[in-house]
Design a protein around this ligand. Structure first.
Ligand code: NZQ
Ligand code: ZN
Length: 403
């Protein structure tokens, strides 16, 4: 049965070739008078995009300052730096140029500037909720996190190693400028990781035991098939504009909540488990998801079997006859084959990490704390379940004394 839902997707999307020409006009229309441009380690400079953004704001007589040097798995210290600069410069609008890391930093700075009397980390520690947030927008350069239209914001506290999400509609960006041409310079690993993240945002909402709608499933399955096809195309031809465009738009639709309408909000345990990997080992988010998903899927599929069978049939094209379990397993194996085909890992060894049993227990404890207790929709996971999934992802329960 379809659950009741609210769908709120206020972000104006300006998509396609030369979309960046509209940045100044859009910022002006939002009432921006003092903009902080937030960007990463240099890709936006090298492509010339940053210069265009500055020129576009200048042409509209909008003052601006910059917060550069945001790194993947963006850090809290950079957010504090942004808040300090933002106060001095009386910033009233945040414009991220980059991907999830730049956008999430911009969102966190926007929260911090809007409520200067509070420490912004309290939001991520879930000890309070935000009442205000400055307006945020983005010029997207990587199809992946979906932060350009999402309510999510993910920041790592480098002092504690905690990577935490705070979700609030207040931070949904006002507009997103998306020119697929600017994603052509992405390294192959980032393109593939981005495709995994996009798929996972859809799959987290697909593998649920709470409410479903045919229209939502059809959108999700179409999105997954489209991303898989174009991810393979981009492995061979990273310059393919249409493939870049398909993946870029899929990234926004995958995480603006469209593919969750009518269900219980999704499972999101692969994400929660991966965030701990990111916090402890600083892995690339999408690759971390690819490395954890097969173990999660094999651990939970029996409790969400109809969804796994449907997925195997409709997304992975599994045509074999057999028991539901066999069909589900074939679907999981086909997914692993797809991940490998685009150069993604399917376990933690392939990801390049080998956590100790102490680190696994620590990640499980932190994940439990971040989730606020047992959580998940395909299967509600306990701390022991989490330990087993991490351990399975390492390849051997026996090696960790779990058999
Ligand atoms: O820093 P620069 O030099 O820009 O390089 C970046 C970075 O090294 C590079 N890059 C981006 N665009 C490029 C480019 N290189 C060449 N050409 C381009 N056009 O790519 C690297 C990764 O960038 P990043 O912004 O970290 O990627 P992504 O968009 O995957 O964001 C990942 C972050 O978003 C969080 C993740 O946890 C992670 O911290 N997420 C945010 C979500 C949200 N806010 O809703 C949801 C997601 O599930 C996710 O958790
Ligand atoms: Zn993600």
């Amino acid at each position: 049965m379809a659950y009741n839902f609210e769908f709120y997707a206020p972000t104006k999307v300006i998509f396609g070739k030369d979309a960046e020409d509209q940045i100044g006009k859009q910022a002006k229309a939002c009432g921006a008078s003092s903009v902080m441009i937030v960007y990463g380690g240099g890709s936006a400079k090298r492509s010339g995009l940053l210069e265009k953004v500055e020129a576009a704001l200048g042409a509209e007589d909008i003052a601006f300052c910059a917060l550069g040097g945001v790194i993947p798995n963006p850090r809290l210290d950079k957010v504090y730096e942004g808040i300090r600069i933002g106060r001095e410069r009386r910033v009233d609008f945040l414009l991220a140029v980059g991907g999830g890391s730049a956008i999430d930093t911009a969102k966190a700075v926007a929260y911090g500037l809007a409520e200067p009397e509070h420490d912004v980390w309290e939001l991520f520690a879930h000890t309070r909720t935000a009442k205000k947030c400055l307006p945020v927008a983005s010029v997207l350069t990587i199809a992946a996190a979906g932060s350009e239209t999402s309510k999510g914001c993910v920041i790592t506290n480098e002092r504690t190693g905690e990577k935490r999400a705070y979700d609030d509609n207040l931070a949904r960006p006002r507009f997103a400028v998306m020119n697929p041409d600017y994603t052509k310079t992405l390294p192959a690993h980032q393109t593939a990781s981005g495709c995994v993240d996009i798929m996972m945002h859809t799959m987290e909402r697909y593998f649920t035991n709470g409410g479903n709608m045919e229209i939502t499933d059809a959108l999700a399955e179409g999105l997954l098939c489209t991303v898989m096809k174009n991810a393979v195309t981009l492995c061979h031809d990273p310059e393919d504009y249409d493939a870049r465009a398909e993946v870029m738009w899929a990234g926004s639709l995958a995480h603006n909540d469209l593919t969750g309408c009518g269900n219980d909000g999704g499972d999101f345990m692969s994400h929660k488990l991966e965030h701990e990997l990111g916090g402890m080992f600083d892995v690339t988010h999408g690759a971390g998801l690819a490395a954890i998903w097969p173990s999660w899927a094999r651990y939970v599929y029996k409790e969400c079997l109809p969804r796994f069978v449907r997925y195997a049939r409709n997304v992975m094209g599994i045509a074999i006859e057999g028991t539901d379990e066999e069909i589900a397993e074939a679907g999981i194996q086909a997914m692993e084959g797809f991940y490998h085909s685009i150069g993604m890992p399917t376990d933690l060894a392939e990801l390049g990490i080998r956590p100790t049993s102490r680190q696994i227990r620590e990640m499980a404890d932190r994940c439990m704390a971040a989730c606020g207790g047992h959580t998940g929709s395909a299967k509600r996971l306990t701390r022991e379940d989490m330990i087993r999934i991490y351990t399975d992802a390492c390849g051997s329960r026996a090696a960790y004394g779990l058999l």
